[in-house]
Design a protein around this ligand. Sequence first.
Ligand SMILES: [Zn+2]
Length: 507
Amino acid sequence: MNDPFYVTTPIYYVNDEPHLGHAYTTILADVLARYARLRGQPTFFLTGTDEHGQKVQDAAQARGISPQAHANEMVLRFQNAWENLHIANDDFIRTTQSRHTRVVTTILQDLWDKGEIYQGSYTGWYCVPDERFWTEKDLVDGNCPDCGRPVEQLEETNYFFRMSAYQEWLISYITQHPDFIRPETRRNEVLGFLRQPLSDLCISRPASRLSWGIPLPFAPDYVTYVWFDALINYVTAAGYLSDQDRFERLWPQVMHLIGKDILITHAVYWPTMLHAIGLPQPKTIFAHGWWVVEGTKMGKSLGNAVRPLDLVEIYGTDAFRYFLMRDMTLGRDADFSEAAISQRYHAELANDLGNLLHRLVNMTQRYCEGQIPAPEALPDATTSDLRTHTEILIGETFARVEALALNEALIAIMEVVGEINKYLEHTAPWKLVKQGETARAATVLYYAAEALRLTSLLLHPVLPEKTAELWERLGWQLPARLADGLHWGGLQPGAKVNSGSPLFPRI
Ligand SMILES: [Zn+2]
């Protein structure tokens, strides 16, 4: 399959402090992109920051600096966090970049010319901190349904996108494309939302009230509503209006990863916007669940006892990535606890994987002069089985990743790691050596090491740093074309193994 893999995270609000929710979506996108690269698919992984809007303007004003200067500082918190979490994104878009503002401006003018945007009067309940209008029935006890703070009534002239015109179209599109909104619970949620009449979307804010935004080209005393501006980043970065060939290759393949809290903007606003612009729909919009602590969504302001990103310092980035991928069934909520991380770390990473490497390197040094031995031509049935199971695991892993069953993929990989451990117990190379069966001992060590090399390659997207360390111990280097490593026989007899400190030291 040579279709490109294009994956996006939401662009994060630059004023926010990176928290577990941001980190999880970004690590998930990174893991999917790394699996795509591993199997040789052309890959484009996009993340970035949303930099316009009231909160940035207010924060900048409070600091006495320009909104752009404020955003330039704040964006570093995200960029540093992603570096720290071993995120290998191909692009980082900021909505204040000219490549983006140019595309937004052109799209707005185009929609205005086509009559998709009109001027109207808006009266509504407005939540100042959230920059959102709410209808009467949205309010909860007269307050903002999102943040619970008081709202004010506001009437003003604004510009509207004719979103309501596309309600029937959207319902039939979603119905006819079962993979468009996933998982099914979210798809049903969107279809449920669309049972109510869809209103038009207010896409502007008067510059007198909010100046930090992209001016409407046909009404420069207005700026673009942040959501309308932000969503467009996904087409900007793919080359819309700048590299049409690239855009046409990438765009139909795009997968938007989002948290379930921003489902409606992505699965209702965005598709109708694209439809009005005349662009095809994304391939998939996937909304994952939340990490919860005792039933409460984990965010920055809830004051949950655990500060998840602090655990990176204790357990290391790769183990943190492993836990997040291993413990969430995609689409559902999952429990976050330090005890669970510690358990996965010690049982699976330190014990099963780390000890296996340690024992193999030790025995190779003791029995084979520190070099990967040459196997016999005709191994016994148990040995052949180990090879077969490892080779089958390759195709199964990619199938599970494609089905977004990452936790199942990791369970199956760790089962083969367990099988290698059992194989060593069962064949007991230390006894074979004592009995003078050195050729057989060499075969066992080769097969165990090669099976570990292949399974660790399948763990590479989740544990990029630790697997690289593991291969260095086994005397193997990642080939320039990663997919070339996915065949039995990569370890070369004669390669020197290296001892070192434990891959996952006990904590
Ligand atoms: Zn609010």
